[in-house]
Design a binder for this molecule. Structure first.
Ligand code: 3H9
Length: 698
């Protein structure tokens, strides 16, 4: 029929097969091919029934996102679905892999749906800042009821085939999408099953139309965490139209809403983030044909919070771990922490009741570094000082088997120096996890001077296996994320010196979309960590140091930049902090002034962007989008703002350069001067996007 859509006959069943790698997205060619095939099958007198299936790894994964923002091409997806619905012969969607977005919408237009048992079905448009745009918000509630539909559409999370069967989204589980689907099709014909069109079947809406309370509660709970995002609320509204409006009118409103969101900055940022994450997986400097080394067992050295969290991440993915510490007591504490954590997850039904025991069985606690011997990857997660790291790596080098990867979880230190104490620097790499390591998605993979390409590939492949987003970075103090964070930290201190208060800075940053303000975050993490690190490096931040010197170390002492009521984590502004800030400024001879919110935002973010540009100049990050992925997945940067470098382009690099120059002069801080890269891009009218390979999002 076409390059990407084939039509074949199996007895009297027309099988339409979409074959458009990698994920059978609904490009114009696929849409046209499907519509033509359905029409041809209808015109062919020998055809009794039609199956739509996909070749390759998955059913249709949605609209082709790369087409968004470009001039629309016919036929539209909704025309294809209308064509399927108009078919006089039964049309059956045969689903394997994932039926997502427009893919599920197309399946919902079919008269029947069958799926293999490990298939997943969902409408993830919300994750791209969108509502489903081809009838999903109207047909899904008619298939599964409005309560489940609103949960699925607002969260974007798919359901499995078993639940889909139970809830009426699929009609049968089949062994294969070829023979199984054709057998189902023959049954439909033999039994003369009436064609079921979801658009005309309101049976699952009746109860909610009579009493909305369940639906309202489901919608409220689904949208509760949508902090600043517009799409989740729009999704909930769109589902409610299924209850309130005639089908066609609701479809028109859905389409209008989809188009409005498509041109909104939030969706642009979210689509950019989707591609940025995938781009980060493409490694530079790794020759084609390089193979990752096999990793069957991992050893983790250090059973503290970080080591235990990393061990959990591996066990969660079914990978056996040897957890090593220097004494039984430390080990027991780590193992106890893990057990408690998994038990708590099981108690709130996050994992099955027998999972904690299964996962604990994958962890083998041992005392003594000689136990790294049978591991294919050793991850060191011990105390963050160079002397300790060197000592541990010398011992690991003595015991680890040849070819094992030796990784350090250091968050700041020079990995070249650590690698140099081993006889195999080519096997040494950084794997910088973020706390809590079993939850946080980011892993900075640090490439040292001598890290071998296959070691880099193994580390990134493995990170993906344990469901982390890996970004390759180079060696420097703090790598990408913490290096930029340090710049922001200093700006926070500098703003307090100028006249702002912690609560004012935090309010601006949470309004911007961060889950927590930087000062409240400091209190949560403990202020003594940074204080000690500054002392080690001979750096003085007068206000931060004065706060620590007065015994305010954060939540653990119930006082930090805020005060805390016993048993509460809610930060409360404290006049004592204001006094401390004022006294310190007086001592330094600084006159404080009123600072407005705009200045706070600019001073907190533009210097970070400047540091990001410096990181690019030094080749510590390969592309601006890698920096954004790090901030999105490691530091809670709001997804609808794309990341600091994406945000910079949105603000305009010229504006950023002008403001940085202004602040450099006003604050007499040469470090704020725009870097040569930023200055050049701004003067050329360029953008960070031009340095990315990911498709520009229009
Ligand atoms: C939608 O459907 C709107 C409709 O409601 C209305 C329309 C009118 N388009 O993730 P992977 C590429 S919105 C184009 O690494 P995995 C991806 O960039 C859409 N390209 O594989 C990558 O390319 P490359 C709703 C796409 O196995 C390659 O495929 N659907 C699309 O880990 C492999 O991707 C979604 O939001 C696409 N839709 O995961 C689903 N999807 O190799 C988005 C993927 O050059 N997709 N690519 O870097 C996914 O969630 C995952 O890709 C999937 C596979 C689970 C399918």
């Amino acid at each position: 029929m076409s390059e990407v859509v084939k039509l074949a006959m199996v007895k009297r069943c027309a099988v339409i097969t979409i074959d458009s790698p990698p994920v059978n997205a609904l490009s114009a060619a696929v849409r046209g091919g499907v519509l033509d095939s359905v029409n041809a099958a209808n015109a062919d007198g020998t055809v009794e029934v039609i199956v739509i299936a996909c070749a390759g790894r998955t059913f249709i994964a949605g609209a082709d996102i790369t087409e968004f923002g470009k001039p629309p091409q016919h036929p539209r997806l909704s025309d294809v679905i209308a064509g399927i619905e108009a078919s006089a012969k039964p049309v059956i969607a045969a689903i394997h892999g994932t039926a997502l977005g427009g893919g599920l919408e197309l399946a919902l237009g079919c008269h029947f749906r069958v799926a293999v048992k490990d298939a997943k079905l969902g409408l993830p448009e919300v994750k791209l800042g969108l509502v489903p745009g081809a009838g999903g918000t109207q047909r899904l509630p008619r298939a599964v009821g409005p309560e489940l539909a609103v949960r699925m559409i607002v969260s974007g999370e798919p359901i499995g085939a078993a639940e889909a069967l139970e809830r009426g989204l699929v009609d049968e589980i089949v062994d294969s999408t070829t023979s199984g689907a054709v057998a189902f099709a023959e049954k439909v014909v033999a039994e003369r099953r009436p064609l079921r069109l979801l658009r005309t079947d309101d049976s699952k809406l009746v109860a909610a139309r009579a009493d909305r309370s369940l639906f309202t509660a489901a919608a409220a709970s689904a949208t509760k965490k949508s902090r600043g995002l517009i799409a989740p609320l729009a999704c909930a509204d769109a589902v409610s139209w299924a209850l309130d409006l005639p089908f066609e009118e609701a479809l028109d409103k859905e389409r209008e809403c989809f188009l409005k969101l498509l041109s909104d900055d939030q969706s642009k940022a979210q689509r950019y983030a989707f591609f940025a994450e995938r781009e980060a997986a493409k490694l530079r400097g790794v020759p084609d044909g390089t193979q990752p080394r096999p990793v069957e067992r991992v050893a983790i050295v250090g059973a503290g919070t970080m080591g235990s969290g990393i061990a959990m991440a591996f066990a969660n993915a079914g990978i056996p771990v040897t957890l090593i510490d220097t004494g039984a007591e430390q080990l027991d504490r780590g193992l106890g922490m893990m057990r408690k954590n998994w038990d708590a997850t099981a108690a709130r039904s996050g994992i099955a009741a027998d999972e904690p025991a299964k996962r604990m069985a994958l962890i083998d606690g041992k005392v003594g570094l000689e136990h790294v011997a049978d591991a294919d990857l050793v991850i060191e997660a011990v105390f963050e000082t160079m002397a300790v790291k060197k000592q541990v790596f010398t011992a690991i080098d003595a015991h680890a088997k040849p070819g094992a990867l030796l990784a350090t979880n250091t968050s700041y230190l020079d990995i070249n120096e650590i690698a140099a104490v081993t006889k195999r620097p080519q096997d040494v790499v950084g794997m910088h996890f973020f706390s809590p390591a079993n939850i946080m998605k980011l892993c900075e993979i640090v490439r040292a001077d001598q890290t071998a390409p296959d070691v880099l590939l193994t580390a990134t492949t493995l990170a993906r296996r344990i469901r982390k987003t890996a970004v390759v970075v180079g060696v420097c103090h703090g790598f990408v994320g913490n290096r930029m964070l340090a710049v922001r930290g200093w700006q926070g201190e500098s703003l307090l010196r100028s006249g702002a208060l912690p609560e004012q800075v935090d309010a601006v940053m949470t309004r911007f979309g961060l889950p927590m303000g930087p000062f409240a975050m400091g209190d949560l993490a403990g202020l003594d960590i940074g204080w000690r690190s500054r002392q080690d490096r001979g750096i003085r931040w007068d206000i931060a140091d004065a706060i620590c010197e007065s015994g305010r170390l954060g939540q653990k002492t119930q006082k930090g930049y805020y005060r805390y009521e016993p048993g509460s984590r809610a930060p409360l502004p404290d006049p004592e902090v204001e006094r401390l800030i004022e006294q310190t400024c007086e001592r330094l001879g600084l006159r404080r002034r009123a600072i407005d919110d705009e200045e706070i935002l600019e001073r907190m973010i533009y210097p970070m962007i400047n540091e990001g540009a410096r990181i690019l100049e030094e080749n510590i990050a390969a592309r601006p989008s890698d920096i954004d992925v790090i901030w999105l997945y490691g530091y809670g940067w709001p997804i609808h703002r794309g990341g600091p470098m994406f945000y910079a382009d949105q603000v305009g690099l010229k504006t950023i350069v002008e403001r940085l120059e202004f602040f450099a002069q006003r604050l007499n801080d040469p470090a704020l001067r725009p870097t040569p890269l930023l200055a050049r891009l701004a003067s050329e009218g360029g953008s960070f996007a031009s340095m990315n390979r990911a498709p520009a999002v229009g």
